[in-house]
Design a protein around this ligand. Sequence first.
Ligand SMILES: [Zn+2]
Length: 138
Amino acid sequence: MSKRDRRQKASDVFRESEFVFVQKVSFEEAFPEIEDLTVEVEESGDGVSEWNRKRTYRKQYFPGEYIDCSNPLCYNGGFSIGSILREMVRNRQTELETSKLCQGNEGSPKGRRIYRKCMNFFKIKVSIKYREASEKEK
Ligand SMILES: [Zn+2]
């Protein structure tokens, strides 16, 4: 598949979006209360292989607002890890296990034509360590 045919993923669409409803900021700015975190993602569906089936993300090199799906035909695929984290931080939750269906659709490369909903599925395990300082602020 040539680069031009590659479907944009959720993080690409978000990066290119002109309306900024969630500020595109660094992890540190977005989540100052998080000292460290681990996000384990297990994906099933199209484009998933032995190499990318399980991914682990840490605070360093965090992918950002979205984690992308692996289905090569899927446009705007992935899920918002940002919204999961915001919800957890609001409740000062340290552990969460949840699952998400890919938000994207299989379609033409620019997403203009949609053939069917992407069925890729994510099992997500999040573990957050909060900063002591914000613990005292409560
Ligand atoms: Zn997808």
